[in-house]
Design a protein. Structure first.
Length: 243
């Protein structure tokens, strides 16, 4: 695949670096458009790899031109593409915003998300959950911070971890920064919001999620929320020095 425009739908924390993924304009029978996850040939992506000329990290709904060199599928991460971050680094082309963004999210829901969530034959999908409970916690002593979501998945898909009280980790950088800000504002170490309270606080009408699978650890992969897309979008950003 030559240079391609990628609509970023995930920008996440990953160990010592970051991870990103998005959709190209190529059609796909299950996800409507084809997902790609740009990766380096060796080692983890660093913030500098996904920073635009203005000095900010790319974020969800940026349209970024990337030089995708070769597919490197490692099931279930069949979307991985080795990408040129040196000779032809990614360039911000434009953003998808407002009504166009809302329409895109509604029109590009995955037609078979169970392939990601249950079967693990792919590793990325876009869904609209039936309900969400969001939680944030910060241990003042260890400085360990967590953002998590309990999710009622669409179509009756059963995933015990997603539906549990503890839920699944959220690695979306903007969402994690929002949770930190809310904890600071309220002087709390823990905050939990049910679906209605969350929409009210966000002044939101709908929430869509990009779900992804972690890299294998002890022969297991874990479900993650890698992108949180609120309609209308909520303001905010994140500090590359505090991921």
């Amino acid at each position: 695949m030559p240079a391609a425009e990628v609509l970023i739908l995930a920008m996440t924390k990953m160990l010592s670096g970051v991870c990103t993924a998005g959709m190209t304009v190529e059609r796909h029978p299950r996800s409507v458009l084809k997902w790609v996850r740009p990766v380096r040939e060796f080692d983890t992506l660093l913030p500098g790899d996904v920073t635009c000329a203005g000095g900010r990290l790319f974020c969800c709904c940026d349209v970024v031109e990337m030089n995708l060199l070769a597919p490197r599928p490692e099931p279930p991460h069949v979307e991985d593409w080795v990408t040129d971050f040196v000779q032809r680094p990614p360039r911000l082309r434009r953003r998808l915003e407002g009504a166009r963004r809302a329409r895109f999210l509604a029109d590009h829901l995955d037609r078979a998300p169970e392939q990601v969530i249950v079967d693990h034959t792919r590793s990325l999908c876009l869904i609209q959950p039936e309900r969400i409970r969001a939680s944030f916690s910060l241990d003042r002593y260890s400085c360990k911070y967590e953002a998590r979501m309990s999710v009622v998945l669409p179509g009756g898909i059963d995933h015990p971890q997603a539906a549990s009280a503890r839920g699944i980790p959220v690695t979306d950088l903007k969402w994690r920064a929002l949770g930190r800000a809310w904890l600071r504002e309220e002087g709390q170490s823990r905050l939990a919001l049910d679906h209605e309270a969350l929409l009210e606080r966000l002044s939101g009408e709908a929430i869509y999620l990009s779900l992804g699978l972690s890299r294998s650890w002890r022969n297991m992969v874990w479900l993650l929320v890698v992108g949180v897309h609120v309609v209308p979008d909520y303001p905010g950003g994140f500090d590359p020095q505090d991921l």
